[in-house]
Design a protein around this ligand. Structure first.
Ligand code: DAK
Length: 269
């Protein structure tokens, strides 16, 4: 019997795991492991969480865009990195803590998805708020082919998005959904031709960045609560968020601008 040891692909210091830039009030994070179809290793996930938290604290940033490449948003967690892990080593690494940090980002995140969004890549996509998808996207949770199952929210978020029957189909067979299927079942927000997926995501982010940043954050919080609360609790929660916005200057500005028939100038105050 031959034993194969699988080593994670070496990282060189001249290849940053993520690339970042800003455009006005929009921050862009690009996943950058093209040789392995943007497979997500712990170092990359930690860096992404740190960067998102930094943008979440930055008053000049209103919206975050998360993108991969045209070929792959992310083809999943790094299989080579996980292959020889044990229950105890996975437990000790506690990678879920990093994903929890991404879940807690308050500003809206727009995903620009093209090519593969698989396993952890699909789960990362589902952590985002608005999902702009190329016609070429292939979306799935193929962990079943590796002898495991989704671990970063796939069984929960996919089921809530597309319903039990389709979630079971995708998770138990490992098949990929096309972009159109994902759109038809409410998993993604918009589907556009491949050459436009990033520019469309930027346009959506810039449109959102014209709004009041506090209202954006609280509206995101309200929608996310819909997955966690009963209807009456959620409605009560929404009402409190709504009242809170009347303590902001942006509410006065937004409503006065409407009455005065001019464009509002929101300040995030
Ligand atoms: N990990 C590592 N390397 C990957 C990869 C992945 N997920 N996906 C692709 N690659 C690498 C390939 O090994 C190949 O490397 P070389 O052979 O060139 O060195 C390179 O990317 C190009 O891939 P292919 O040659 O396979 O390209 P094809 O176009 O033929 O196929 C494919 C593309 C996406 C259909 C295929 O690469 C594929 O099936 N990839 C694996 C997809 C998959 O099973 N994804 C789910 C992984 S499990 C957790 C959080 C999350 C998770 C787990 C824990 N915690 C918080 C603890 C999530 C788990 C997963 O995502």
């Amino acid at each position: 019997m031959t034993t194969t040891t699988i080593e994670p692909k070496p990282m060189t210091t001249d290849e940053p795991l993520i690339l970042t830039e800003t455009d006005g009030h929009v921050a862009i994070i690009r996943i950058n492991r093209p040789k392995v179809l943007n497979a997500l290793n712990p170092a990359l996930m930690t860096m992404m969480a740190e960067q998102m938290e930094a943008y979440d604290r930055d008053d000049d940033i209103y919206v975050i865009v998360l993108a991969g490449s045209e070929r792959a948003f992310a083809a999943g967690a790094d299989i080579a990195d996980m292959a020889e892990q044990s229950t105890i080593s996975m437990y000790k690494r506690d990678q879920f803590a990093t994903w929890e940090r991404i879940k807690k980002i308050k500003k809206p995140i727009v995903a620009a998805v093209s090519g593969f969004a698989l396993g952890g890549g699909c789960e990362l996509m589902m952590h985002c708020d608005v999902i702009i998808c190329s016609e070429t996207a292939q979306i799935g949770q193929p962990e079943i082919n590796l002898g495991v199952m989704p671990g970063a929210g796939g069984t929960q978020r996919l089921t809530r998005a597309v319903g039990k029957a389709l979630a079971m189909d995708v998770i138990l067979t490992g098949r990929f959904l096309s972009a159109q299927e994902a759109l038809d079942h409410g998993l993604v927000s918009r589907v556009v031709p491949p050459e436009h997926f990033f520019t469309e995501a930027m346009q959506v982010a810039k449109e959102m960045a014209k709004k009041g940043p506090i209202a954006l954050r609280l509206a995101k919080e309200g929608v996310l609560k819909a997955h966690e609360m009963s209807l009456s609790e959620g409605l009560e929660y929404e009402r409190k968020l709504f009242y809170t916005l009347f303590a902001t200057e942006d509410q006065k500005e937004g409503m006065r601008a409407f009455v005065e028939k001019r464009k509002p100038e929101f300040k995030g105050k």
